[in-house]
Ligand binder design. Sequence first.
Ligand code: GLU
Length: 447
Amino acid sequence: MSVAVRFAPSPTGLLHVGNVRLALVNWLFARKAGGNVLLRLDDTDEERSKPEYAEGIERDLTWLGLTWDRFARESDRYGRYDEVAAALKASGRLYPCYETPEELNLKRASLVSQGRPPIYDRAALRLTDADRARLESEGRTPHWRFKLEHKPVEWTDLVRGPVHFEGAALSDPVLIREDGRPLYTLTSVVDDADLAITHVIRGEDHVANTAVQIQIFEAVGGVVPVFAHLPLLTDATGQGLSKRLGSLSVASLREEEGIEPMALASLLAKLGTSDAIEPRLTLDELVAEFDIAKVSRATPKFDPEELLRLNARILHLLPFERVAGELAALGLDDADAAFWEAVRPNLSRVAEARDWWAVTHAPVAPAADDPAFLAEAAALLPEEPWDLSTWGTWTGAVKARTGRKGKDLFLPLRRALTGRDHGPELKNLLPLIGRTRAQKRLAGETA
Ligand code: GLU
């Protein structure tokens, strides 16, 4: 049996770290097993689904390198859902209900006030043909519920282990709305069955859905997949991420926070697992290390600061070829490997390279507060060509001539050459600054 997974976002908003973690875990699981990945857009909520969100999902997944082998859109499959619904109606598993939302709220409130679970009472099953005709003549159109079997539902979850629900403890779910539209609880099962999904990996907010959906798989004659429900990410204080979703969207991490795809992937692949979080430069490494058995049931905490620290560690390792496009997008078309290697140890985000490009390639007003010393140093600047040994040769000569060492030697030179107290190693920067600029800056000129 070949493994087939799906990632099934609803295009009703931007992907955030929580959704994309599930996409990543599905992808790693499939790639590890040599299986395939389906991207399915759950877009039956036509009021809230938007093409720009669908495009955003594809853009975010592509940016992370999470490729898909198959693609489906639920709104293309209404005919198929109608067919399945008709068969379930014919077999008596889907039954019409006429309660209004207000009536259902009253029923629920009354049960809760009696200390009973708010399970639908199946009143609609007791309606006669005459009752239904009367309700419809009053202008009511039915919604349709799935009649659960009152028997245990059990599965072995790849994360939670053995799970047990009693069918009698669940409400018969509404599968078809009053306007005839099928709901996710049904459409997801029909798709998973038709597209031969073998493993459903999703958030633990779907555990109760799974109990219901297993019965729907059985009712439609589908093969019940293996399930894995991952605990949802929380913030550092243990709160759900829902309030901060805007700032934790993949688009904002990429476009506003300057996060590298492999930083996000390195973090999300390991968060909530028994593996340490380490920078990884390729998804292949994450595939090699992935094992769903390492996913813990404890709540994983997502910390944006940890992501930024990992981003910095990734940048310190990334070769020039991997960032050339990003540098060009920042306007640094002439940046080369020597520049990148000089500045990357000082970056947390690629965009910060602009500051160092300005230091090496644009006029800098030097902090030349030790002019006599700087003049002596300038006189000792070696002739070009310069390379990585120039700094050592030059400062050796300056030290011998002036007797200065340590901070007294290096800080005035750094300030004059870069206009700052801190930064990348001057051994690397000096050849990029070049002799003409260096000489002027040492003389206190803006150059
Ligand atoms: N569209 C559903 C969601 O985003 C999919 C859940 C599932 O994986 O079945 O929650």
